[in-house]
Write a new protein. Structure first.
Length: 418
């Protein structure tokens, strides 16, 4: 029930913000708006302002809509009618909806990184160095890199990627010494940190959750083999996709054993790996508002590009249609994200909002990208497309959308069956 309400809340926020973007664009350009509604169905509350716009709160408070004045061509146009506006004003109105979805992503990312905080893995002492080019030693503790103090692995990886040559301040024994490292990819040094095998969070509905593992459990054996590092646990589980494993954990001074069958997941390299849905020990970190804003912009740009590349691969047939999902997939992802706290829910809201930003710019009927294309063509040619041409294009576009919706619904139903 909670997941269902979260899905409705997510969709409601996304749609309401999108429609608010259209509304604000109309107001800025003095285009009439007959009604702006939060929610659908019968009106619960409403009032009309001095310019004639009705604001409504409807019975079903999920989503919303904007009714723009004069969208259809008429014989007696009035000031503020949408259809008589120059093409650039129409374009500004239609793209403002998707743009506000992008702005929403920036806002929720910023709130997540600054006010809520996110979990990240602290830097532990070096356990082992498998690369001969790294001058780190077992037992070393990294304090700073290139003059920047670091306390988490995220910080270390970030600053390491900025330059080709680095000076690290480390604690070795009872002394502080500096060493030089080369490269931009810290993983290439094959440094293993002494992260303890203690369960932090457990994904809802995961194999670990169903088996009964709890936060704070210390994993001491994997298939009767002693383990002392988090990386040993991860590597062992990855090697058993879909095969039953035995984990022994220490809980409250007692040793408990669990039989767990890891999920089978496929990496981008088509490698089958196992996963049981647990996370490593972590600390909560909050960024200042300026750093959070910078990170939010960076993340939004990265995610936007990833989505664009994904869509291009999808259109070229490089990605199977079975990867697409609708409300059911969204519900499953929200259910999983809720296992990891408020930050993950906000982050997911941002991801979906960026997704809507991109999808709505695709030039298919019923999407803002279609209206953008039509108004742009009319602006360049300085004449309206004929109603017949619009009807044919709309019919083709709606047919494609309908087929796509049926395919997505089919794969969503398959997920329920499975």
């Amino acid at each position: 029930m909670l997941t269902f309400l979260l899905v409705l809340l997510f969709l409601g926020i996304l749609i309401a913000v999108h429609e608010f973007g259209h509304f604000i664009a109309c107001r800025i350009q003095h285009i009439g708006v007959e009604e702006f509604s939060i929610g659908f169905g019968p009106r619960v509350l409403s009032f009309t302002d001095k310019v004639g716009t009705r604001y409504s709160l409807s019975l079903i408070p999920f989503g919303g809509y904007v009714k723009i004045k004069g969208e259809e061509k008429s014989e007696n146009p009035e000031p503020g009618d949408f259809w008589i506006q120059p093409f650039y004003k129409k374009i500004f109105v239609v793209i403002s909806g998707p743009v506000f979805n992008l702005i929403l992503a920036l806002v929720v990312f910023g709130l997540g990184y600054s006010l809520v905080g996110y979990e990240t893995i602290p830097i532990y002492r070096v356990y082992k160095v498998e690369s001969e080019i790294a001058s780190l030693q077992a037992g070393d503790s990294i304090i700073a890199i290139d003059g920047k103090f670091v306390s988490t692995l995220e910080d270390l990886y970030y600053y390491f990627s900025k330059k080709d040559k680095h000076i690290l301040l480390i604690e070795r024994g009872n002394q502080k010494v500096t060493i030089e490292l080369l490269g931009k990819n810290f993983d290439s040094l094959r440094v293993i940190f002494a992260i303890p095998p203690i369960v932090n969070r457990i994904e809802k509905g995961s194999p670990a959750h169903r088996a009964g593992l709890k936060k704070g459990d210390k994993i001491v054996r994997f298939n009767n083999t002693p383990v002392s590092l988090w990386q040993e646990v991860v590597d062992s589980i990855r090697n058993y996709p879909g095969k039953e494993i035995r984990l022994a954990v220490e809980r409250g001074g007692n040793i408990l054993e669990f039989l767990i069958t890891p999920l089978v997941e496929t990496t981008p390299n088509n490698e089958k790996i196992g996963r049981i849905g647990i996370t490593a020990p972590s600390v909560k970190k909050r960024l200042n508002i300026f750093e959070a804003f910078r990170v939010s912009i960076t993340r939004s740009l990265e995610i936007t590009w990833i989505y664009i590349v994904y869509l291009m691969r999808l259109f070229r047939g490089k990605v199977p249609l079975s990867n697409l999902g609708g409300p059911i997939m969204i519900g499953k992802v929200i259910y999983t994200a809720s296992s990891y706290g408020l930050f993950q829910l906000l982050y997911l809201l941002g991801l979906i909002s960026i997704n809507l930003f991109i999808i709505n710019l695709i030039p298919l009927p019923a999407l803002d990208g279609w209206h953008f294309l039509v108004y742009l063509i009319e602006g360049i040619t300085k004449r309206e497309l004929s109603p017949e041409v619009k009807r044919v294009l709309q019919l083709i576009g709606f047919t494609i959308l309908l087929i796509l919706m049926i395919v997505i619904a089919f794969f969503d139903i398959l997920r329920i069956v499975r």
